[in-house]
Design a protein around this ligand. Structure first.
Ligand code: NAG
Ligand code: NAG
Ligand code: NAG
Ligand code: NAG
Ligand code: NAG
Ligand code: NAG
Ligand code: NAG
Ligand code: NAG
Ligand code: NAG
Ligand code: NAG
Length: 513
């Protein structure tokens, strides 16, 4: 009897210890999973569509949990697909989502307006003891505080929901920057949403098109000081600057924060690309062409935050008054080189930026040293070509632009762009395609000069024919006051270059129609 009791006592202690181990945040890493997902869609059948995709999500949740993931992220529109009906038909596709302050657990709760999908996902998070981030169409009872006078009972939102390890809703974020999504309602007052985890990491979250705007992404990184982000997306890749991985990497690098991205997979319409990004420490894991894909990587919990860096600069400034602060980051980019593969351009539909009104110079020589300006925004280009085995096949152009462009049909957005990009022939109309190229750049540098850089998002924009950013370049910031000269320099010769430059968003010129 006594022996048995002792055995039980020993067991209890063991369980308690292992429980505490998972509760502690002494480890320097957490394990993140993201899912590149192609949802099922049944014509006009919300119940079946949501059920099938929820089934698939639960399988991924189980798989990720078994592999020790602390958190798993699913893409935008992954439960409903992007084939949402107009407002009058939205009810069956949507769910009520209680606020985090309600501390509601759909798995055990009784709210009849919370959907079967949300309940099952909550149970999956609970059973597998893992944080789960999903994006789902939300319905919300309209109330008198809504600025838009309305006879409609429900308002609809494109919403991220986060469940903790007990299945409790701990965050709800409604997309602020909608991209031609007429079925969803605009948000009157944007919410800056964060949540805390038992592994000691605080996350922020936003959705797809949001990434190109100041609110909420830069509110999270620059005001809240968040250095880990979960991001759901159904992106439409656009050459030469805004393909999916290029943009995700560029943003994570720019703000120097960890970024966990789950992307919607349907290359035929231009959607693909997921990854786990470690700010200026490069890329932990990405997928662009492969499907289906569950990516799992360890992520360091602490990353030097943007805020700390800015502080460091101003401290330097105080110390050596008027002296230029210098910040150099060298880039390997990919931790796992096997991820990169050659892809044929036909597998994905690519949008193309209209660069015909950009200032540009054709690079048709073995070397170039030029300064190109557009509306007082100037960039210096230096390039040397090592060998051109087939000089007639591919051309390059140095381009600079400072102005507004249209995203979709509703937003005129301020951009400042400069870079060397690939073209098929001498014509500017032939730029922005993706081709293999034998041209080897032995040296290449692009310097952009910004006057009020603190008000902008400034991203490195790097791409080769695999549609994944290449490494082996350095990023040098010279800062004085609000002025920054930013140089990107190639460290090693490279071929198959598609884009090498800088893509900045100048929010003050934005206009929503
Ligand atoms: C559920 O929805 C109905 C309308 O369909 C509404 O009258 C009711 O108040 C809602 N209940 C909750 C708890 O939101
Ligand atoms: C009305 O809806 C908004 C947006 O969800 C919410 O913030 C507010 O608390 C609601 N007001 C009332 C009275 O329910
Ligand atoms: C709301 O009003 C508009 C125009 O007055 C009308 O077309 C629409 O059917 C109404 N919606 C509901 C749900 O009553
Ligand atoms: C765990 O995280 C909390 C808050 O993030 C922090 O205050 C604490 O020092 C951390 N503990 C360890 C052992 O890292
Ligand atoms: C990337 O994710 C896969 C799982 O799909 C995993 O096997 C691999 O180890 C990950 N790579 C890195 C570098 O973390
Ligand atoms: C590209 O932009 C130019 C100048 O803004 C405009 O005239 C032209 O119509 C645009 N082309 C396309 C295909 O949109
Ligand atoms: C090519 O570059 C060389 C060296 O910079 C220069 O002397 C020459 O004029 C350039 N040729 C053309 C056609 O631009
Ligand atoms: C050079 O390029 C042309 C056009 O792309 C191609 O047809 C030809 O095979 C290439 N030649 C070599 C030697 O690669
Ligand atoms: C340049 O390439 C474009 C795109 O392939 C093509 O439409 C155009 O005819 C070409 N122009 C010349 C001069 O070869
Ligand atoms: C940026 O470059 C310009 C031109 O070379 C120079 O005049 C200016 O002082 C530089 N600014 C900084 C902050 O390094």
């Amino acid at each position: 009897m006594r022996g048995n009791l002792n055995e039980i006592g020993f067991l209890l202690i063991l369980i308690r210890l292992s429980y505490q181990m998972t509760e502690q945040n002494s480890s320097d890493y957490y394990t993140a999973a993201v899912v590149e997902f192609a949802p099922a869609y049944y014509w006009h059948d919300a119940v079946l569509t949501l059920r099938k995709n929820t089934n698939a999500y639960i399988e991924y949740i189980e798989k990720a949990s078994k592999q020790g993931a602390d958190i798993i992220v699913f893409p935008e529109d992954g439960l409903t697909s992007i084939h949402l009906p107009d407002k009058s038909q939205m009810n069956s596709w949507t769910t009520v989502i209680p606020s985090a302050v309600d501390e509601y657990i759909p798995c055990t709760g009784t709210d009849v307006n919370v959907s079967e999908t949300l309940r099952r996902l909550s149970c999956a998070a609970r059973e597998n003891r893992i944080y789960v981030v999903v994006n789902i169409a939300e319905k919300r009872l309209a109330n008198h505080t809504d600025a838009r006078p309305s006879n409609e009972t429900w308002h609809y939102h494109n919403t991220n929901v986060v469940f903790d390890r007990t299945g409790k809703i701990i965050a709800r974020y409604r997309k602020v920057n909608l991209y031609m999504e007429a079925e969803f309602d605009k948000i009157e007052i944007p919410e800056i949403v964060t949540f805390d985890t038992d592994f000691g990491v605080r996350f922020g979250t936003f959705i797809c098109f949001d990434i190109l705007f100041s609110v909420p992404p830069l509110s999270l990184t620059r005001i809240e000081g968040v250095s880990n982000i979960v991001y759901t997306t159904a992106w439409f890749s656009e050459t030469p600057f805004l393909t999916a991985i290029q943009t995700q990497f560029g943003w994570s690098f720019a703000e120097n924060v960890n970024l966990l991205v789950a992307g919607y997979h349907q290359p035929a319409i231009g959607s693909s690309g997921s990854g786990i990004y470690l700010g200026r420490n490069g890329i932990a894991n990405v997928t662009m062409a492969d499907y289906p894909k569950l990516l799992i990587s360890r992520v360091p919990k602490t990353i030097k935050s943007r805020r700390a860096e800015v502080k460091q600069k101003s401290m330097n400034k105080e110390k050596k008054n008027q002296e230029t602060a210098k910040n150099i980051a060298r880039h390997e980019t990919l931790c796992d080189k096997s991820i990169k593969k050659e892809v044929t351009p036909e597998w994905i539909k690519l949008l193309r930026d209209n660069i015909t009104s950009f200032e540009s110079i054709l690079f048709n020589n073995d070397s170039m040293t030029e300064t190109v300006c557009h509306h007082n925004f100037c960039c210096d280009f230096k390039a040397d070509v090592e060998t051109i085995t087939n000089s007639s096949s591919i051309y390059y152009r140095a381009i600079v632009y400072n102005g507004v462009r249209l995203y979709g049909t509703q937003v005129e957005a301020g951009v400042r762009v400069c870079g060397l990009i690939q073209c098929l022939n001498e014509s500017i109309h032939s730029c922005g395609f993706v081709s293999r190229s034998d041209t080897i750049f032995s040296a290449l540098s692009v310097t952009a000069r910004f006057n009020d850089y603190t008000k902008m998002l400034i991203m490195p924009s790097v791409l080769d024919a695999s549609l994944i950013p290449f490494g082996q370049w350095s990023y040098v910031e010279h800062v004085r006051g609000n002025e920054m000269n930013l140089t990107m320099v190639l460290d090693e010769p490279i071929n198959n270059l598609i884009t090498f430059g800088i893509y900045a968003r100048d929010f003050e010129k934005d206009k929503w129609n």
